[in-house]
Ligand binder design. Sequence first.
Ligand code: PGA
Length: 251
Amino acid sequence: MAFDIVPLIAGNWKMNGLRASLDEVTRLKDLLKTGAASYCSIAICPPATLLAAMSTQAAGSGIAVGGQDCHQAASGAHTGDISAAMLADAGARYVIVGHSERRADHGETDALVSAKASAAIEAGLIPIICVGESEAERKAGLAAKIVGGQLAASIPDAAADADFVVAYEPVWAIGTGLTPTSAEITAMHDNLRAQLAARFGKKGATIQLLYGGSLKPGNAREILAIENVNGGLVGGASLLANDFFAIISAA
Ligand code: PGA
């Protein structure tokens, strides 16, 4: 991990969590009081139903909250969708866009992800823009090409003057317990860093590059120590405060 970039550990609760789950945030706040993890930004992206309550609960704790998706339009006739401004109004600081589950379940394209990232920036949110190859793409030796293409097309030009985060999440590592080797993560993150630097100049060297996909207490120390890994996007292991805290401590 490069120490001039403050790492971000972001939890993605996906479609998990009822109001009772907010107890985990209370637990996490207690664990953070021990001061064991002060050099790190922390965020949790709960289901939208919990966002406002979690942001109230997390106020002053150093835990930011975020949405898991937003619509690309600012408002309008889009039944069931949520705008970036609504997330911000509920207390969000971040929003995940282009998660592979959105790309797969809802047919989201790079162009749509880019539009969503623009909407997030417009609303004052920090988009966490996700990219990652499938197992077949990796086996075919296409991982770098696919992910590079996603990166180029999923980041809007508006990002040049805004804060944004990139998360590399190999699809085959999400929720499977499988992870790439450290060498594979290093190679991918070095590519992403070079591509960001080529497009955004100096700013490209400061963008947080997260790794996601079966990041757990047991592998966090090794993965988060990689030079161009500036934190993680954590699914399953973010649901329990103890596990999430262990990953935060590793950072
Ligand atoms: P996982 O999910 O940590 O459960 O593999 C990561 C993600 O999808 O963001």
